[in-house]
Write a protein of this length. Structure first.
Length: 95
């Protein structure tokens, strides 16, 4: 992401310190975690996988947030799609 210059100047410090394999539970019972992302053609593909032991009955929509949507994790236009085996994906066009 840093080499591609996809991150805005305002987000560079956040991106430099971002880890892609941890799940944490911050305040307000929001579960956060990032599995990873990749660039494919003109898209950024975000991937996330919940642990098999996670109780999905309590799960609310999984969304992504970033400077592209004002860091609004409630914006359902950025809702990840369930693929299989607790794997989720969201495709964001670069432009």
């Amino acid at each position: 992401m840093l080499q591609s210059k996809y991150a805005s100047q305002n987000d560079l410090e956040f991106v430099k310190n971002l880890k892609f394999t941890k799940i944490t539970t911050p305040k307000k019972n929001i579960i956060m975690g990032i599995q990873g992302y990749e660039f494919v053609d003109d898209n950024v593909i975000f991937s996330f996988k919940l642990p098999k032991s996670f109780d999905k009955s309590t799960l609310k929509p999984i969304t992504i947030a970033g400077s592209f949507n004002g860091w609004n994790s409630q914006n359902l236009n950025y809702k990840m799609t369930l693929l299989r085996d607790n794997s989720y994906q969201f495709i964001l066009p670069k432009s």
